[in-house]
Design a protein around this ligand. Structure first.
Ligand SMILES: O=C(Cc1ccccc1)Nn1cnc2ccccc21
Length: 328
């Protein structure tokens, strides 16, 4: 089987929301290669924590409670959720898992309550970091992968318009040139890979360092790189500065933003300058940068700002996992 689903950007491309059928309900979930739990708003939550989201009905005929199973998750940005566990049929654009662990929330943090476009998350990292106790559950991809035409999924994220995720096949109309594959280190449960040198702007190579280990994370809005690369980038953006009040680099919204070329698997991938204007700060006609330092996080994240510049293939067809990138 295969699946194809639209990935709809929220405001400022903060996250990408996809329709998922669970039993007879359709919920809109944030597909996240940076975590491994499929959790949903549910009828078990206090109404004070729900602001228009669709609630999974745990009383529906097809939902089977997994007694004694609970979950609690917290994300790097401080948000979190917790609840209990059901099994139900989950269909993502035609790819169907007949008995998928659906983690029904009993409580969510304010970040999720106020994210009115999302009814929950669908984790696409490795099942080794699933947060269900006493027994970790498999992700949707792990549940269905043996039944897919090919054991892979792809992400085509766009700005200001729907992109798509596919399960089981590569859509050759989504990219130009060839796909560059590189090995994945999933020892931390993420789609980890090694990135090489970088160049700011279209000029000659002005990079002095390499980026090193990184993760491909559709659930992170921005791109977080080592300080040296970030300082090198913003040194080319006139009027830019680090704002402690805003918590990152900002610049005049009228600034001209250079591209950033990153070498992965020996191929240079170009992120256009426009990708690095994330959003207005709300004060003084300054804008918040889509590239920020990784210092507060502990690792380098190639989030949506990068992933919008490429077609990404999350591939387990070779036995050991690999990730592929192609220009688009
Ligand atoms: O948690 C992170 C990484 C992060 C971002 C910003 C600051 C510090 C750390 N991303 N993420 C990956 N999946 C997520 C799901 C919800 C919230 C954030 C999520």
């Amino acid at each position: 089987q295969t699946g194809t689903v639209a990935a709809n950007p929220e405001q400022y491309d903060q996250a990408y929301i996809c329709p998922v059928t669970i039993g007879s309900q359709t919920l809109h979930l944030d597909f996240d290669t940076g975590s491994s739990d499929l959790w949903v708003f549910s009828n078990l939550m206090p109404s004070s924590e729900v602001d228009g989201q669709t609630e999974f009905n745990t009383n529906s005929a097809g939902a089977t409670k997994k007694d004694g199973y609970t979950w609690s998750i917290s994300y790097g940005d401080g948000s979190g959720a917790s609840g209990v566990v059901y099994a139900d049929t989950v269909n993502v654009g035609g790819a169907t898992a007949t008995s998928q662990a659906v983690e029904a929330a009993t409580s969510v943090s304010s970040e999720f309550t106020s994210d009115t476009g999302s009814d929950g998350l669908l984790g696409l990292a490795f099942s080794s970091i699933n947060q269900v106790k006493p027994t970790p559950q498999t992700t949707f991809f792990d549940t269905v992968k043996s039944s897919l035409e090919a054991e892979l999924f792809t992400a085509d994220l766009q700005s200001n318009g729907p992109g798509s995720y596919t399960f089981g096949y590569i859509d050759s109309s989504k990219y130009t040139g060839s796909i560059t594959y590189t090995a994945v280190d999933n020892s931390q449960g993420f789609w980890g890979f090694t990135a090489g040198g970088y160049t700011v702007g279209g000029g000659g190579s002005n990079s002095t360092g390499t980026i090193g280990s990184a993760i491909a994370d559709t659930g992170t809005s921005l791109m977080y790189l080592p300080t040296a690369a970030v300082q090198s980038y913003y040194s080319q953006v006139s009027g830019s500065s680090y704002s402690s009040s805003q918590g990152g680099y900002i610049f005049p919204c009228s600034a001209s933003l250079p591209s950033l070329t990153v070498s992965i698997g020996g191929h240079g991938f170009v992120v256009p300058g426009s990708n690095f204007n994330y959003s207005p700060t709300g004060s003084g006609n300054t804008c918040f940068g889509g590239l920020q330092e990784n210092t507060g996080i502990g690792f380098t994240i190639f989030g949506d700002v990068f992933l919008r510049a490429v077609y990404a293939i999350f591939d387990e067809t070779q036995g050991s996992p690999r990730i592929g990138f192609a220009a688009q």
